[in-house]
Design a protein around this ligand. Sequence first.
Ligand SMILES: *Cc1c(COP(=O)(O)O)cnc(C)c1O
Length: 425
Amino acid sequence: MNSSRPFLHPDAGSPLACDGVRLDTLAKKYGTPLYVYSANQILERLRLFTQAFQPVPHLVCYAVKANSSLAILKLLAKHGAGFDIVSGGELERVLRVSQEAAERVVFSGVGKTAPEMDLALRSGILLFNVESAGELELLAERASKLRIRARVSLRVNPDVFAETHPYISTGLREHKFGIDIREARKVYKSAARQKYLEPYGVSVHIGSQIRSADPFGAAAERIARLVQELRADGLSIRVVDVGGGLGIEYHREHSFDPEQKVRQYASALLKALRPLKELQLLLEPGRFIVAQAGALLTRVLYVKKNGKKTFVITDAAMNDLIRPALYQAHHEIIPVVPRKGARKRTVDVVGPVCETGDFFARDRSMPELQPGDLAAILDAGAYGLSLSSNYNSRPRPAEVLVEGTRHRLIRKRETIDDLLAAEMP
Ligand SMILES: *Cc1c(COP(=O)(O)O)cnc(C)c1O
Protein backbone atom coordinates (compact mmCIF):
# COMPACT_ATOMS: atom_id res chain seq x y z
CA MET A 1 0.00 0.00 0.00
CA ASN A 2 1.22 3.50 -0.82
CA SER A 3 1.34 4.84 2.71
CA SER A 4 1.61 8.48 1.66
CA ARG A 5 -1.72 8.32 -0.20
CA PRO A 6 -4.62 6.52 1.48
CA PHE A 7 -7.12 7.68 -1.16
CA LEU A 8 -6.44 5.81 -4.38
CA HIS A 9 -8.20 4.00 -7.18
CA PRO A 10 -7.26 0.38 -6.43
CA ASP A 11 -6.94 -0.08 -10.20
CA ALA A 12 -7.88 1.95 -13.26
CA GLY A 13 -11.64 2.05 -13.64
CA SER A 14 -12.55 0.98 -10.09
CA PRO A 15 -14.02 3.41 -7.57
CA LEU A 16 -11.84 5.50 -5.30
CA ALA A 17 -11.15 3.82 -1.95
CA CYS A 18 -9.80 4.79 1.45
CA ASP A 19 -7.40 1.98 2.27
CA GLY A 20 -9.59 -1.11 1.81
CA VAL A 21 -12.99 0.62 1.71
CA ARG A 22 -14.76 1.98 -1.36
CA LEU A 23 -15.99 5.55 -1.01
CA ASP A 24 -19.21 4.90 -2.95
CA THR A 25 -20.05 2.26 -0.32
CA LEU A 26 -19.48 4.80 2.45
CA ALA A 27 -21.59 7.45 0.70
CA LYS A 28 -24.44 4.98 0.38
CA LYS A 29 -24.27 3.92 4.01
CA TYR A 30 -23.61 7.25 5.72
CA GLY A 31 -24.75 9.90 3.22
CA THR A 32 -22.90 13.02 2.06
CA PRO A 33 -21.18 15.33 2.75
CA LEU A 34 -19.01 12.96 4.76
CA TYR A 35 -15.53 13.20 6.25
CA VAL A 36 -13.58 9.96 5.83
CA TYR A 37 -10.29 9.27 7.64
CA SER A 38 -7.68 6.54 7.40
CA ALA A 39 -6.55 5.34 10.83
CA ASN A 40 -3.53 3.64 9.25
CA GLN A 41 -2.32 6.87 7.72
CA ILE A 42 -2.64 8.77 11.00
CA LEU A 43 -0.57 6.16 12.84
CA GLU A 44 1.94 5.98 10.01
CA ARG A 45 2.52 9.73 10.26
CA LEU A 46 2.90 9.55 14.03
CA ARG A 47 5.48 6.81 13.52
CA LEU A 48 7.48 9.00 11.09
CA PHE A 49 8.01 11.51 13.90
CA THR A 50 8.91 8.99 16.58
CA GLN A 51 11.31 7.34 14.16
CA ALA A 52 13.04 10.55 13.01
CA PHE A 53 13.43 11.88 16.56
CA GLN A 54 14.42 8.53 18.04
CA PRO A 55 18.01 9.75 18.77
CA VAL A 56 16.71 12.11 21.52
CA PRO A 57 14.17 11.87 24.35
CA HIS A 58 11.01 13.33 22.84
CA LEU A 59 7.24 13.43 23.01
CA VAL A 60 4.89 14.06 20.10
CA CYS A 61 2.09 16.32 21.37
CA TYR A 62 -0.44 16.21 18.56
CA ALA A 63 -2.06 19.65 18.02
CA VAL A 64 -5.69 18.95 18.83
CA LYS A 65 -7.07 21.91 16.90
CA ALA A 66 -6.11 20.33 13.55
CA ASN A 67 -8.74 17.63 14.08
CA SER A 68 -10.27 17.24 17.50
CA SER A 69 -12.59 14.28 16.88
CA LEU A 70 -12.66 12.03 19.92
CA ALA A 71 -12.00 8.84 17.97
CA ILE A 72 -8.85 10.34 16.47
CA LEU A 73 -7.64 11.62 19.83
CA LYS A 74 -8.31 8.18 21.31
CA LEU A 75 -6.37 6.47 18.54
CA LEU A 76 -3.38 8.77 19.07
CA ALA A 77 -3.53 8.52 22.88
CA LYS A 78 -3.55 4.74 22.64
CA HIS A 79 -0.33 4.92 20.64
CA GLY A 80 1.43 7.09 23.20
CA ALA A 81 0.95 10.55 21.76
CA GLY A 82 0.63 13.61 23.95
CA PHE A 83 -1.48 16.61 23.03
CA ASP A 84 -1.06 20.32 22.41
CA ILE A 85 -4.26 22.11 23.41
CA VAL A 86 -5.34 25.73 23.02
CA SER A 87 -8.49 25.79 25.15
CA GLY A 88 -10.23 24.20 28.11
CA GLY A 89 -12.61 22.58 25.65
CA GLU A 90 -9.74 20.78 23.94
CA LEU A 91 -8.49 19.60 27.34
CA GLU A 92 -11.98 18.22 28.11
CA ARG A 93 -11.81 16.30 24.84
CA VAL A 94 -8.45 14.75 25.73
CA LEU A 95 -9.67 13.85 29.23
CA ARG A 96 -12.80 12.30 27.76
CA VAL A 97 -10.72 9.77 25.80
CA SER A 98 -7.85 9.24 28.24
CA GLN A 99 -7.47 10.52 31.81
CA GLU A 100 -3.86 9.35 31.93
CA ALA A 101 -2.98 11.38 28.81
CA ALA A 102 -3.32 14.58 30.91
CA GLU A 103 0.30 14.21 31.97
CA ARG A 104 1.26 14.44 28.28
CA VAL A 105 -0.66 17.67 27.61
CA VAL A 106 0.88 21.06 26.85
CA PHE A 107 -1.39 24.09 27.00
CA SER A 108 -0.72 26.80 24.40
CA GLY A 109 -2.69 29.90 23.40
CA VAL A 110 -2.60 33.66 23.96
CA GLY A 111 -5.83 34.00 25.93
CA LYS A 112 -6.10 31.39 28.66
CA THR A 113 -8.79 32.18 31.22
CA ALA A 114 -8.69 31.48 34.97
CA PRO A 115 -11.21 28.59 34.76
CA GLU A 116 -9.18 27.02 31.94
CA MET A 117 -6.00 27.32 34.02
CA ASP A 118 -7.74 25.78 37.04
CA LEU A 119 -8.93 22.81 35.00
CA ALA A 120 -5.45 22.28 33.57
CA LEU A 121 -3.79 22.59 37.00
CA ARG A 122 -6.21 20.12 38.59
CA SER A 123 -5.74 17.71 35.68
CA GLY A 124 -1.98 17.70 36.21
CA ILE A 125 -0.91 18.66 32.70
CA LEU A 126 2.74 18.52 31.68
CA LEU A 127 3.35 22.13 30.76
CA PHE A 128 1.84 25.60 30.36
CA ASN A 129 3.15 27.51 27.35
CA VAL A 130 2.81 31.06 28.65
CA GLU A 131 2.49 33.82 26.08
CA SER A 132 2.62 37.06 28.09
CA ALA A 133 3.73 38.58 31.40
CA GLY A 134 0.07 39.13 32.28
CA GLU A 135 -0.74 35.48 31.74
CA LEU A 136 2.23 34.46 33.89
CA GLU A 137 0.88 36.63 36.71
CA LEU A 138 -2.59 35.08 36.51
CA LEU A 139 -1.14 31.56 36.37
CA ALA A 140 0.96 32.25 39.48
CA GLU A 141 -2.18 33.45 41.26
CA ARG A 142 -4.30 30.45 40.26
CA ALA A 143 -1.53 27.94 41.03
CA SER A 144 -0.93 29.34 44.52
CA LYS A 145 -4.66 29.50 45.20
CA LEU A 146 -4.98 25.80 44.31
CA ARG A 147 -1.58 24.96 45.83
CA ILE A 148 -0.58 23.11 42.67
CA ARG A 149 2.80 23.78 41.11
CA ALA A 150 2.67 24.65 37.41
CA ARG A 151 5.50 23.75 35.07
CA VAL A 152 5.92 26.71 32.77
CA SER A 153 7.56 27.44 29.52
CA LEU A 154 7.50 30.81 27.84
CA ARG A 155 6.48 30.78 24.23
CA VAL A 156 9.07 33.07 22.81
CA ASN A 157 8.74 34.89 19.55
CA PRO A 158 12.03 34.27 17.74
CA ASP A 159 11.42 36.87 15.00
CA VAL A 160 11.93 34.32 12.25
CA PHE A 161 10.20 34.65 8.89
CA ALA A 162 8.57 31.52 7.51
CA GLU A 163 7.14 31.35 4.02
CA THR A 164 3.43 30.51 4.36
CA HIS A 165 0.01 32.15 4.15
CA PRO A 166 0.06 35.40 6.21
CA TYR A 167 -2.90 34.21 8.35
CA ILE A 168 -0.91 31.22 9.61
CA SER A 169 2.50 32.83 10.05
CA THR A 170 3.17 33.48 13.74
CA GLY A 171 6.90 33.84 14.39
CA LEU A 172 7.48 37.52 13.67
CA ARG A 173 7.60 40.28 16.27
CA GLU A 174 4.58 41.91 14.63
CA HIS A 175 2.37 38.87 15.38
CA LYS A 176 0.27 38.54 18.52
CA PHE A 177 2.00 35.31 19.55
CA GLY A 178 4.67 34.73 22.15
CA ILE A 179 6.99 36.91 24.17
CA ASP A 180 9.77 38.84 22.45
CA ILE A 181 12.86 36.66 22.76
CA ARG A 182 14.83 39.71 23.98
CA GLU A 183 12.47 40.07 26.96
CA ALA A 184 12.33 36.39 27.82
CA ARG A 185 15.17 36.23 30.38
CA LYS A 186 13.57 38.94 32.48
CA VAL A 187 10.19 37.19 32.45
CA TYR A 188 11.77 33.83 33.38
CA LYS A 189 13.43 35.53 36.35
CA SER A 190 10.09 36.78 37.58
CA ALA A 191 8.61 33.29 37.10
CA ALA A 192 11.44 31.80 39.16
CA ARG A 193 10.48 34.03 42.10
CA GLN A 194 7.00 32.48 42.27
CA LYS A 195 6.64 29.57 44.69
CA TYR A 196 4.04 27.77 42.60
CA LEU A 197 5.67 28.23 39.21
CA GLU A 198 8.47 26.02 37.97
CA PRO A 199 10.38 27.36 34.96
CA TYR A 200 10.67 24.13 33.04
CA GLY A 201 10.99 24.75 29.31
CA VAL A 202 11.23 27.09 26.37
CA SER A 203 8.66 26.99 23.58
CA VAL A 204 8.31 28.33 20.08
CA HIS A 205 5.82 27.94 17.24
CA ILE A 206 6.51 29.89 14.07
CA GLY A 207 3.42 29.11 12.01
CA SER A 208 1.66 26.49 9.97
CA GLN A 209 2.04 24.85 6.54
CA ILE A 210 5.77 25.67 6.46
CA ARG A 211 7.40 23.48 3.87
CA SER A 212 11.07 24.24 4.28
CA ALA A 213 13.05 22.93 7.26
CA ASP A 214 15.24 26.06 7.34
CA PRO A 215 13.03 28.41 9.40
CA PHE A 216 12.54 25.65 11.99
CA GLY A 217 16.31 25.30 12.26
CA ALA A 218 16.78 29.07 12.52
CA ALA A 219 14.19 29.35 15.30
CA ALA A 220 15.69 26.38 17.16
CA GLU A 221 19.16 27.99 17.07
CA ARG A 222 17.82 31.08 18.79
CA ILE A 223 16.01 28.92 21.33
CA ALA A 224 19.18 26.93 22.03
CA ARG A 225 21.05 30.14 22.82
CA LEU A 226 18.29 31.26 25.16
CA VAL A 227 18.27 27.90 26.97
CA GLN A 228 22.02 28.21 27.56
CA GLU A 229 21.56 31.70 29.00
CA LEU A 230 18.71 30.58 31.24
CA ARG A 231 20.69 27.62 32.49
CA ALA A 232 23.60 29.97 33.19
CA ASP A 233 21.11 32.05 35.21
CA GLY A 234 20.53 28.96 37.35
CA LEU A 235 17.20 27.77 35.93
CA SER A 236 16.82 24.09 35.24
CA ILE A 237 15.31 24.08 31.78
CA ARG A 238 14.37 20.50 30.94
CA VAL A 239 12.35 20.74 27.75
CA VAL A 240 12.32 22.59 24.48
CA ASP A 241 8.93 22.66 22.76
CA VAL A 242 9.56 23.33 19.08
CA GLY A 243 5.88 23.72 18.18
CA GLY A 244 4.25 22.37 15.03
CA GLY A 245 3.81 23.75 11.57
CA LEU A 246 5.46 21.25 9.24
CA GLY A 247 3.68 21.57 5.89
CA ILE A 248 2.34 19.03 3.46
CA GLU A 249 1.93 19.06 -0.34
CA TYR A 250 -1.65 19.73 -1.42
CA HIS A 251 -0.91 19.48 -5.16
CA ARG A 252 -0.89 15.94 -6.47
CA GLU A 253 1.30 16.75 -9.45
CA HIS A 254 4.16 17.73 -7.13
CA SER A 255 6.09 14.86 -5.64
CA PHE A 256 6.01 14.54 -1.89
CA ASP A 257 7.87 12.12 0.32
CA PRO A 258 6.58 12.52 3.88
CA GLU A 259 9.29 10.35 5.38
CA GLN A 260 12.01 12.46 3.83
CA LYS A 261 10.24 15.67 4.94
CA VAL A 262 10.16 14.58 8.56
CA ARG A 263 13.79 13.45 8.37
CA GLN A 264 14.90 16.85 7.03
CA TYR A 265 12.85 18.59 9.69
CA ALA A 266 14.38 16.42 12.42
CA SER A 267 17.90 16.95 11.20
CA ALA A 268 17.49 20.76 11.12
CA LEU A 269 16.14 20.76 14.68
CA LEU A 270 18.56 18.23 16.12
CA LYS A 271 21.53 20.06 14.63
CA ALA A 272 20.43 23.37 16.18
CA LEU A 273 19.74 21.81 19.58
CA ARG A 274 22.84 19.58 19.72
CA PRO A 275 24.74 21.92 22.11
CA LEU A 276 22.07 21.32 24.77
CA LYS A 277 22.47 18.37 27.10
CA GLU A 278 19.78 16.56 29.10
CA LEU A 279 16.87 17.85 27.19
CA GLN A 280 13.48 16.49 26.28
CA LEU A 281 12.09 17.64 22.98
CA LEU A 282 8.38 18.32 22.56
CA LEU A 283 6.88 18.34 19.07
CA GLU A 284 3.43 19.67 18.21
CA PRO A 285 2.56 18.52 14.70
CA GLY A 286 -1.09 18.83 13.71
CA ARG A 287 -1.61 19.10 9.99
CA PHE A 288 1.21 16.72 9.09
CA ILE A 289 -0.40 13.92 11.11
CA VAL A 290 -4.00 14.18 9.93
CA ALA A 291 -4.35 16.29 6.76
CA GLN A 292 -3.67 13.62 4.19
CA ALA A 293 -5.50 10.96 6.19
CA GLY A 294 -8.83 12.67 5.46
CA ALA A 295 -11.11 13.46 2.54
CA LEU A 296 -14.43 15.23 2.30
CA LEU A 297 -16.80 13.13 0.26
CA THR A 298 -19.49 15.10 -1.56
CA ARG A 299 -22.22 14.56 -4.16
CA VAL A 300 -22.77 16.79 -7.18
CA LEU A 301 -26.20 18.46 -7.05
CA TYR A 302 -26.20 20.46 -10.26
CA VAL A 303 -23.98 21.48 -13.14
CA LYS A 304 -24.79 24.88 -14.57
CA LYS A 305 -23.38 27.31 -17.07
CA ASN A 306 -23.24 31.09 -16.64
CA GLY A 307 -21.80 32.62 -19.78
CA LYS A 308 -18.45 31.01 -20.35
CA LYS A 309 -18.20 29.48 -16.89
CA THR A 310 -19.31 26.04 -15.80
CA PHE A 311 -20.19 25.57 -12.15
CA VAL A 312 -20.28 22.18 -10.46
CA ILE A 313 -22.48 22.63 -7.39
CA THR A 314 -21.80 20.12 -4.60
CA ASP A 315 -23.67 19.29 -1.41
CA ALA A 316 -20.58 20.24 0.62
CA ALA A 317 -19.86 23.92 1.18
CA MET A 318 -17.50 26.41 2.80
CA ASN A 319 -19.11 25.82 6.19
CA ASP A 320 -17.89 22.20 5.98
CA LEU A 321 -14.39 23.01 4.69
CA ILE A 322 -13.37 26.65 4.79
CA ARG A 323 -9.71 26.38 3.77
CA PRO A 324 -10.18 27.40 0.11
CA ALA A 325 -12.26 30.44 1.12
CA LEU A 326 -10.08 31.45 4.07
CA TYR A 327 -6.56 30.77 2.79
CA GLN A 328 -7.09 30.39 -0.98
CA ALA A 329 -5.99 26.83 -0.26
CA HIS A 330 -5.72 24.21 -2.99
CA HIS A 331 -7.44 20.84 -2.55
CA GLU A 332 -7.41 18.13 -5.19
CA ILE A 333 -10.91 17.01 -6.18
CA ILE A 334 -11.35 13.67 -7.86
CA PRO A 335 -14.40 11.81 -9.14
CA VAL A 336 -15.05 8.71 -7.04
CA VAL A 337 -16.22 6.58 -9.96
CA PRO A 338 -14.09 7.27 -13.01
CA ARG A 339 -16.11 7.63 -16.20
CA LYS A 340 -14.70 5.77 -19.21
CA GLY A 341 -13.20 8.17 -21.72
CA ALA A 342 -14.32 11.22 -19.71
CA ARG A 343 -13.19 14.51 -21.20
CA LYS A 344 -11.55 17.14 -19.07
CA ARG A 345 -13.45 20.37 -18.48
CA THR A 346 -12.52 23.63 -16.87
CA VAL A 347 -14.98 24.26 -14.05
CA ASP A 348 -15.55 25.98 -10.71
CA VAL A 349 -16.53 23.59 -7.95
CA VAL A 350 -18.77 25.46 -5.53
CA GLY A 351 -21.09 24.84 -2.58
CA PRO A 352 -24.67 25.97 -1.95
CA VAL A 353 -23.81 28.72 0.57
CA CYS A 354 -24.77 32.29 -0.33
CA GLU A 355 -21.23 33.67 -0.59
CA THR A 356 -19.10 34.12 -3.68
CA GLY A 357 -16.23 32.85 -1.52
CA ASP A 358 -17.97 29.48 -1.26
CA PHE A 359 -15.77 27.53 -3.65
CA PHE A 360 -13.53 24.47 -3.54
CA ALA A 361 -11.82 25.06 -6.89
CA ARG A 362 -11.78 27.80 -9.50
CA ASP A 363 -11.08 27.42 -13.22
CA ARG A 364 -9.89 23.88 -12.55
CA SER A 365 -9.38 21.46 -15.42
CA MET A 366 -10.77 18.14 -14.23
CA PRO A 367 -12.59 15.04 -15.47
CA GLU A 368 -16.24 15.75 -16.17
CA LEU A 369 -18.66 15.52 -13.23
CA GLN A 370 -22.42 15.13 -13.65
CA PRO A 371 -25.31 15.58 -11.23
CA GLY A 372 -25.46 12.62 -8.83
CA ASP A 373 -21.72 11.87 -9.14
CA LEU A 374 -19.55 11.55 -6.06
CA ALA A 375 -16.31 13.48 -5.68
CA ALA A 376 -13.61 13.40 -3.01
CA ILE A 377 -11.98 16.60 -1.83
CA LEU A 378 -8.57 15.36 -0.73
CA ASP A 379 -6.24 16.28 2.12
CA ALA A 380 -9.12 17.57 4.20
CA GLY A 381 -8.25 15.79 7.46
CA ALA A 382 -6.70 18.88 9.08
CA TYR A 383 -8.56 22.14 9.70
CA GLY A 384 -11.60 20.64 7.99
CA LEU A 385 -14.32 19.67 10.43
CA SER A 386 -12.46 21.44 13.26
CA LEU A 387 -12.89 24.76 11.42
CA SER A 388 -16.42 24.06 10.24
CA SER A 389 -19.50 26.06 11.17
CA ASN A 390 -23.26 25.98 10.85
CA TYR A 391 -23.37 28.98 8.53
CA ASN A 392 -26.56 29.03 6.47
CA SER A 393 -28.03 26.75 9.18
CA ARG A 394 -26.30 23.78 7.62
CA PRO A 395 -25.84 20.77 9.92
CA ARG A 396 -22.23 19.59 10.05
CA PRO A 397 -21.20 16.44 8.16
CA ALA A 398 -20.79 13.01 9.71
CA GLU A 399 -17.32 11.46 10.14
CA VAL A 400 -16.19 7.91 9.44
CA LEU A 401 -12.96 6.24 10.47
CA VAL A 402 -11.56 3.54 8.20
CA GLU A 403 -9.45 0.91 9.92
CA GLY A 404 -8.04 -1.32 7.20
CA THR A 405 -11.05 -2.94 5.59
CA ARG A 406 -13.46 -1.90 8.37
CA HIS A 407 -15.25 1.39 8.84
CA ARG A 408 -17.25 2.99 11.63
CA LEU A 409 -19.18 6.16 12.27
CA ILE A 410 -17.23 8.35 14.70
CA ARG A 411 -19.53 11.35 14.59
CA LYS A 412 -23.19 11.43 13.65
CA ARG A 413 -24.43 13.85 11.06
CA GLU A 414 -25.87 16.87 12.88
CA THR A 415 -29.59 17.41 12.76
CA ILE A 416 -31.57 20.63 12.67
CA ASP A 417 -32.67 19.81 16.23
CA ASP A 418 -29.00 19.76 17.30
CA LEU A 419 -28.56 23.19 15.75
CA LEU A 420 -31.57 24.72 17.45
CA ALA A 421 -31.20 23.03 20.85
CA ALA A 422 -29.56 26.00 22.58
CA GLU A 423 -31.94 28.66 21.30
CA MET A 424 -34.86 30.30 23.09
CA PRO A 425 -37.35 31.77 20.67
C1 LIG B 1 -1.73 25.31 15.44
C2 LIG B 1 -0.59 24.99 16.33
C3 LIG B 1 0.15 23.82 16.13
C4 LIG B 1 -0.07 22.88 14.97
O1 LIG B 1 0.24 23.46 13.75
P1 LIG B 1 0.25 22.53 12.44
O2 LIG B 1 0.58 23.46 11.35
O3 LIG B 1 -1.12 21.95 12.31
O4 LIG B 1 1.29 21.49 12.64
C5 LIG B 1 1.14 23.53 17.05
N1 LIG B 1 1.40 24.36 18.10
C6 LIG B 1 0.71 25.49 18.31
C7 LIG B 1 1.05 26.33 19.47
C8 LIG B 1 -0.30 25.85 17.43
O5 LIG B 1 -0.97 26.99 17.63
